[in-house]
Design a protein around this ligand. Structure first.
Ligand SMILES: [Fe+2]
Ligand SMILES: [Fe+2]
Length: 136
């Protein structure tokens, strides 16, 4: 079963941003799909690091646009981004240190829930605002 299913309410109205979001979801779904095959060994550590890099790059881009456009809810939005990066680093650390962790559960509860909420709330809010600003 696919971990994160793309939903209509994830759409921001910006094809480039939606494409990046879909790429992130695919990378996470891919890691999730391989858990059974690879356990939580080296491959998982490698993949979670890749996901961290992808997510970080996407956030950097989004945050730059928000600053440039003077988006007033930037601090809250950035803080929510930082939360996810912390979660991903926690998972990566646990894997690296060989700590007891249910990767499936960690991805399911911590990562999926974050994405589902963030896309449909923070990102949607920002892109709606952006659209509105551009028309004004
Ligand atoms: Fe985003
Ligand atoms: Fe965002």
């Amino acid at each position: 079963m696919v971990l994160i299913q793309w939903r209509k309410d994830f759409e921001t109205g910006f094809p480039g941003i939606d494409f990046e979001h879909q790429t992130l979801i695919e990378a996470i779904n891919d890691l999730h799909a391989r858990i059974d095959q690879d356990g939580d060994g080296v491959d998982a550590i490698h993949r979670i690091s890749e996901i961290h890099a992808l997510v970080e790059a996407h956030f950097a881009l989004e945050e730059r646009i928000m600053r440039e456009e003077g988006f007033e809810r930037y601090p809250e939005h950035k803080a929510d981004h930082a939360n996810l990066l912390d979660e991903i680093l926690d998972i990566a650390d646990a894997l690296r240190q060989g700590r007891e962790m249910d990767l499936e559960k960690a991805l399911g509860e911590r990562v999926r829930d974050w994405f589902t909420t963030h896309f449909a709330t923070f990102d949607r809010d920002f892109h709606m605002w952006e659209q509105h600003e551009k028309q004004a």
